[in-house]
Ligand binder design. Structure first.
Ligand SMILES: [Zn+2]
Ligand SMILES: [Zn+2]
Length: 343
């Protein structure tokens, strides 16, 4: 009998599943990686084999050509799909089941079982409804490895309906301008579009060219986004009175000069921090996050009720303290390369 949980080992560049010799969301190329979702700080190219949901693999094929043959007919990076709820044997007596994390299309928590012990790794997650992905599932476990991107009590995300209301009001009040929304290309952009549709906005939405392929990928996976047009195919007069979506990096650059007098908005959990909105010259900050806020993080730990909570990927200290005050065993992991997502 080995010591409890000695089979799961946090290292600076990822969590190592020792008996199966594979890694969760490794920050460097490894022989076998289990990937929670397609964001760049979790999904990297160059692994020998990538195990992920079919949606995440499609995103990785788009970004890194994972699972796609090269010119010589070789497949340098093998892709192994695992559907939600499906269990695969990893070897060494370890089973892995992927369940929804509610973060972006295809995002999964990974449930690992070995020697009667269960470990859940959330990857990034949220608890709010999102029309573009399956909702987070609470799974009981011994060790819960949770993200903590917004792990401070000051971070409480407002209801998305409030933020969409602000966006639609700005759009309505300025028929001679356009509203330019900076949104992360994977997840946030499609969620904003889907929420606009749900709120009854059926006009064409204009896209920066960098968003097009990911939006098409979402549509191919059953997420309806309505009529999308490329800014590049249209003149200022077509775009006047419309909503335009671009990556956050395009908000202040020359590209935006082709738009009719844009009102600059940005959809991000970081818009709660006034300085961040100012830094980017954002006139209309929209606090829309694909991560759990403080209340969601703490409620989820209570619902999962693990024997131990391991905290990673953000502001670990406050959540660690919260666990200790509630007599919950917890530790902070120091993983590298998990930057604040523009999310
Ligand atoms: Zn993410
Ligand atoms: Zn992340």
């Amino acid at each position: 009998m080995s010591a409890p949980f000695s089979w799961i080992r946090p290292e600076p560049w990822g969590v190592h599943v020792v008996p199966a010799d594979c890694w969760i969301d490794p920050g460097k190329a490894v022989d076998r990686a289990l990937v929670t979702h397609g964001h760049a700080d979790h999904a990297r190219g160059g692994h020998g084999e990538t195990v992920a949901t079919p949606e995440t693999l499609a995103i990785m094929a788009l970004r890194y050509r994972t699972g796609i043959e090269d010119e010589t007919g070789e497949m340098p990076s093998k892709a192994t799909p695992v559907a939600y709820g499906e269990t695969i044997r990893l070897g060494g007596g370890v089973d892995a089941t992927y369940i929804p994390a509610g973060h972006v299309l295809g995002s999964a928590q990974i449930v690992l079982e070995h020697a009667g012990e269960t470990v859940v790794i959330t990857g990034d997650y949220k608890r709010r409804p999102d029309p573009t992905c399956a909702p987070f599932k609470v799974a009981p476990c011994d060790i819960f490895i949770t993200e903590a991107t917004f792990g401070l009590p000051v971070f409480t995300h407002p209801p998305i309906a409030d933020e969409m209301g602000k966006l639609l009001a700005a759009h309505r009040e300025h028929p001679d301008r356009c509203v330019l929304v900076g949104a992360y290309a994977l997840g946030k952009a499609q969620r904003v579009i889907a929420e606009l549709r749900a709120a009854g906005h059926h006009d064409p939405i204009y896209l920066h060219g960098a968003m097009e392929k990911m939006c098409r990928l979402y549509e191919e996976h059953g997420v309806a986004l309505g009529e999308l047009r490329l800014v590049a195919d249209h003149g200022k007069d077509d775009i006047r009175g419309s909503i335009v979506i671009s990556p956050p990096s395009a908000l202040g650059d020359r590209w935006s000069r082709r738009l009719p007098d844009p009102i600059t908005a940005m959809a991000s959990g970081w818009m709660r921090v006034r300085g961040r909105a100012r830094q980017r010259n954002v006139e209309l900050p929209l606090v829309i996050s694909d991560h759990a806020d403080w209340n969601e993080l703490t409620r989820t730990i209570e619902e999962v009720d693990p024997r131990e909570t391991w905290i990673t990927h953000g502001r670990e200290e406050a959540l660690l303290r919260w666990c200790q005050l509630g007599q919950r065993r917890a530790r902070a992991l120091a993983l590298v390369g998990r930057e604040d997502e523009d999310e």
